[in-house]
Design a protein around this ligand. Structure first.
Ligand SMILES: Cc1ncc(COP(=O)(O)O)c(C=O)c1O
Length: 428
């Protein structure tokens, strides 16, 4: 059991032993992780807060005006009624169109109609409900989003197995994943592929995607069932010549009966609408009857959990997708703003003058980049930066830190990295 859960249980046993006894197994196992959210909370009043998974200007969030403006335009019937458990039907069609536009290799018959989720985390949880049993193994890169552990490890009592995606020089490699898949003799493999990656901001090239997809094909051809969850939270934020489509598209083209690609995506980061809680779950299933069955099961899971998602948020996303021109311009503007920040960051962090302080991990997309710091503990560095420089960063583990350039104005980026270097030199 996680030490934080043990601690909560002990506290409850002391304060109200009867309630501690009433908890279910899951209730006993559950805890609130001390990860990114608590580190973000500690950095809340810093001047340069590079901890959060949003995109911000100095004084406000980086949203799209056309989304904001819809708030005052909704009719009562677009706000107050229940949405169906599977989401507003027109919204599902609009998202299908978007998927097809963004992924030219996909055709409409390749996948089920997207079902609306209460954003991506809910989608992950639904996938866990449908496909993960106690002690199943979840294959994740060692650099992964911490919430996977809570969703699959704690909620579903799965084992988490990790493989490195960077070599000792910080360069991306598919070798460990390919070897793991090639050596596997399991009946079932469940893996989560998340690119642009949180926390490192890396997206594979076309060749690297091909290596991953072919390794999945080989293991599937040997009879293993592969559930490949594609977490596309940061889809589209590609700043270099990377594989510009969803891995879901590449996996769906495999056309292997033993491979089930599942796509999770949504408005959260793609439309700069973190709080709307609108996401989608889509299955790479071609058979119409199997599509219907899986949809019924997902609807049942939604019905038995949140019953249905929020109507106003879904109506807002539907509105802007119906009038895309204005939205696209605004999203393009936000993209260019983030790209400019990325370019300044990229130019800066590889400078020889910082080589005694850190080694960057390859990055080319998304909100974040990560550094392996030299001669300091990330946690000590994190608190030192808050206390002395008013800078918030995330301490990822014993060696690495994450910096969200999505939350730092372009002109402030040199100051932030110079300060991190100075703080490291003070602690070394
Ligand atoms: C990789 C990844 N997946 C999923 C999510 C969750 O997205 P949502 O807010 O839509 O639940 C995040 C949010 O930070 C993320 O970084």
């Amino acid at each position: 059991m996680n030490p934080l859960a043990l601690d909560l249980n002990e506290q409850l046993t002391k304060s109200q032993p009867q309630i501690a006894d009433m908890l279910s197994d899951l209730g006993k196992l559950m805890y609130y992780p001390k990860g990114i959210l608590s580190q973000s909370a500690e950095a809340k009043s810093t001047e340069y807060n590079a901890t959060i998974g949003m995109a911000t200007y100095r004084d406000r969030k980086m949203y799209a005006d056309s989304l904001y403006n819809v708030f005052s335009e909704l009719e009562p019937d677009e706000v107050f009624p229940y949405a169906p458990p599977q989401g507003i039907e027109d919204l599902r069609d609009l998202w299908t169109d978007k998927m097809l536009r963004d992924n030219p290799e996909l055709s409409k018959d390749d996948f089920s109609r997207p079902i609306v989720t209460n954003a991506l985390t809910h989608g992950l949880s639904l996938v866990g409900d449908l496909f993960v049993d106690t002690n199943d193994t979840i294959l994740l890169p060692s650099h992964n989003w911490g919430n996977y552990k809570l969703v699959f490890g704690t909620r579903h009592s799965a084992q988490i197995d990790t493989y490195p995606i960077f070599d000792n020089e910080g360069h991306y490699t598919t070798q460990a994943l390919v070897e793991t898949l090639d050596q596997s003799n399991q009946e079932k493999i469940f893996l989560v592929l998340n690119y642009p990656n949180n926390p490192t901001g890396y997206t594979p090239s076309k060749d690297e995607v091909n290596e991953i997809v072919q390794a999945i094909k080989r293991v599937a051809d040997r009879g293993t069932h592969v559930i490949a969850v594609v977490d596309d939270a940061y889809f589209g934020l590609f700043y270099e010549d990377v594989y510009p489509y969803s891995l879901f598209s590449a996996l769906t083209q495999l056309d292997s009966e033993n491979v089930l690609p599942i796509r999770l995506d949504g408005a959260t980061k793609e439309l700069f609408a973190w709080g709307l809680r609108v996401g989608f779950i889509t299955f790479g299933i071609k058979d119409p009857q199997a599509q219907e069955v899986i949809e019924a099961k997902v609807k049942g899971l939604i019905r038995s959990n949140i019953s249905s998602g929020p109507m106003p948020s879904q109506s807002i996303v539907k509105h802007v997708l119906e009038n895309r021109d204005q939205l696209d311009q605004e999203l393009e503007h936000n993209f260019e703003t983030l790209k400019a920040r990325y370019e300044v960051t990229k130019e800066l962090v590889y400078d020889e003058k910082f080589s005694d302080y850190w080694q960057p991990y390859d990055f080319n997309s998304g909100y974040f980049m990560a550094l392996k710091v030299k001669g300091v503990k990330p946690e000590a560095l994190r608190t030192h930066l808050i206390d002395n420089y008013s800078i918030g960063i995330i301490a990822l583990n014993d060696t690495d830190i994450r910096i969200a350039f999505s939350c730092i104005e372009k002109d402030d980026i040199p100051h932030v990295f110079e300060s991190i270097a100075k703080a490291i030199s003070e602690l070394q």
